[in-house]
Design a protein around this ligand. Structure first.
Ligand code: C5P
Length: 315
């Protein structure tokens, strides 16, 4: 039976601005996303029974229809009803390295890899944008996770404008093992506190103007030109305003990493992961050693990685 192995890269947000409400209940966003080397490994293969089977070595990852990877197989099966009859069922084995509930899009990355893998397994011949359209039906981050690299994401996060790959920076990711921030809670809390300042998103001109400001703005310029001195001043994540007061250890971690990183530190997505950018692997190691020493928190996990230019890759 045919099988494929894929690497599914995590992402970080170098910029995340919440602009306003959308009629579909989601939020209009302006983000700058970057893939990083920390990846899950996904094995996908045909099986003889007409079923969807998900296995994962991480106990917190569900293996039923609440897993986005499962729903990715289901969605493709609905779109191509003859494929399962022809090729048999599907087994997906997820070797989890990306922390769960971390703001790194680990679940979205796995689903992205399943879409790419299934396209190969069932010889569907879908284009990247067709795969991204399918991905957008499952989750806002999945289209980015398919393509990866550096991109501006707008709309719900599914509208992408790819940017040239920058000089790969190194980074330290740090997360409290027992702190996970539910994404739905983060958006609801942000709306409660700052909803009165949302822009009227029905006004398409205002929205386009905000997106363009990010596109031609100082962070994108600094990252694409490798101007590391300018990056620090322009890293931004709106979610820090609601996550830090509720989870003080995350605020403390961000401060500790920002104090020692020469390029800057930021929370990724809705948290709870915080990253610190570094000019070299040696600097990343020094930042980690400093944070371990100063924070002295046994609940903290660290990963050292670097920017990568792809989302899903065939191994
Ligand atoms: O799209 P995804 O399933 O990843 O989103 C998870 C949750 O985050 C949604 O149910 C929604 O509450 C919130 N969300 C939002 N606006 C976005 C993306 C996500 O409100 N642009």
């Amino acid at each position: 039976m045919a099988s494929y192995t894929l690497q599914a890269a995590a992402k970080i947000n170098l910029y995340l601005e919440i602009l306003g409400d959308r009629p579909d209940g989601y939020h209009e966003l302006a983000m700058v996303m970057q893939s990083v080397g920390l990846s899950d490994r996904i094995d996908i293969r045909s099986i003889s029974t007409d079923t969807i089977r998900i296995q994962c070595n991480h106990p917190a990852v569900p293996t039923d229809a609440s897993n986005l990877a499962y729903r990715a197989v289901e969605l493709v099966t609905q779109k191509f009803p003859d494929a399962m009859t022809h090729h048999g069922g599907v087994e997906v084995v997820i070797d989890k390295h990306i922390p769960v509930g971390a703001g790194l899009a680990g679940g979205s990355a796995d689903a992205a890899a399943v879409l790419v893998g299934l396209d190969l397994l069932w010889k569907l011949g879908l284009t990247q944008s067709e795969l991204q359209e399918l991905g957008a039906q499952l989750g806002s981050d999945i289209p980015f996770c398919i393509a990866g690299g550096l991109a501006i994401a707008t709309g719900r996060g599914e509208k992408l404008a790819a940017l040239p790959s920058p000089n790969p920076l190194h980074l330290v990711l740090a997360k409290h093992r027992h702190i996970s921030v539910p994404t739905g809670w983060a958006y609801q809390t942000f709306r409660k506190q700052f909803g009165d300042r949302y822009i009227a998103t029905a006004n398409a001109t205002v929205l386009t103007d905000r997106w363009q400001r990010v596109h031609s703005g100082p962070l994108v310029r600094a990252v694409t030109q490798g101007d590391v001195d300018a990056i620090r001043a322009h890293l931004h994540n709106d979610f820090e305003r609601i996550v830090f007061p509720t989870y003080p250890p995350v605020a403390k971690l961000r401060q500790c990493l920002a104090d020692v990183s020469s390029i800057g530190a930021l929370m990724s997505g809705s948290g709870s992961t915080v990253f610190a950018l570094a000019r070299s692997r040696a600097e990343a190691e020094a930042i980690q050693a400093h944070a371990q020493n100063v924070m002295a928190d046994p609940d903290l996990d660290f990963w050292i990685t670097e920017f990568v230019s792809a989302g899903v890759q065939l191994c």
